[in-house]
Design a protein around this ligand. Structure first.
Ligand code: SAH
Length: 222
């Protein structure tokens, strides 16, 4: 799939190529991820006033106190998801936000289910996904702490907000051999992987690296 939105000036292909070069220097090696991020118009996920900064190596505000994650962390989490679980069918994302990570994932896996607790963010993301004609994404306005059990189990689950401890419901919704990629902690956070064993309901934990995410909150907001 390729998304045909070219952009000009600071959102041009050259600017995007520089972002990809930086991601490679930062250690991202999965070509599928690099290719999709090269071709995904990140500037469309920001307000116009911030669009010219879209390809910088930084997180950017998307309103309601939330942020679009920096390109490196989107790439890293996607690479971990693809590289750990084997062949992915369905992926659950908690924290749709702008819909950028959702869009990257939707070009790499058959179907993405994404849950967001703040209604106006979800509405905006839905609109963008429609503009990009992404049809393999389902969105829901809900507290992702409960996952999306009706659609599970999932080979891959990704959370783009950080709880203090891993939500039990997300572990429960992992398919055998599946992986949960999630930041955990408060002021100090680390990216974690929870890999469900094939044969029994047991999880292998891996701590990846320090990160900085917005907090994982309970309940929903309008
Ligand atoms: N992936 C997003 C990142 C947005 S920041 C992007 O690419 O833009 C994280 C998002 O997680 C925020 O929008 C926040 O509202 C949402 N969030 C936090 N706790 C949540 C929860 N329990 N359920 C669903 N969404 C949650």
């Amino acid at each position: 799939m390729s998304l045909h939105f070219q952009g000009v000036g600071m959102t041009s292909m050259r600017t995007r190529e520089r972002m990809i070069q930086r991601l490679r220097e930062q250690g991202i090696t999965d070509m599928r991820v690099l290719d999709v991020m090269l071709n995904t118009p990140r500037h469309l996920f920001l307000d116009e006033a911030l669009a010219h900064r879209a390809y910088e190596d930084t997180a950017l505000p998307i309103g309601h106190g939330q942020t679009l994650s920096q390109p490196y962390i989107v790439a890293r989490m996607t690479e971990l998801l693809l590289g750990t679980a084997g062949k992915l069918d369905k992926v659950l994302e908690v924290g749709t936000g702008s819909g950028y990570q959702t869009t990257v994932l939707a070009q790499l896996v058959p179907h993405v289910y994404s849950v967001e607790r703040i209604k106006p963010l979800q509405d905006k993301a839905k609109e963008r996904l429609r503009e990009l004609s992404l049809r393999n994404v389902s969105l829901k306005h809900a507290d992702g702490g409960f996952g999306w059990p009706e659609m599970g189990p999932y080979k891959g689950i990704i959370s783009t907000a950080a709880p203090q401890a891993v939500p039990e419901e997300l572990l429960k919704q992992l398919a055998p051999g599946g992986v949960l990629v999630i930041p955990l902690g408060g002021r100090e956070q680390h990216l974690h992987l929870f890999i469900r064993e094939e044969e029994r309901e047991n999880y292998i934990t891996r701590v990846i690296e320090p990160v900085k995410f917005v907090p994982f909150l309970s309940g929903t907001a309008r």
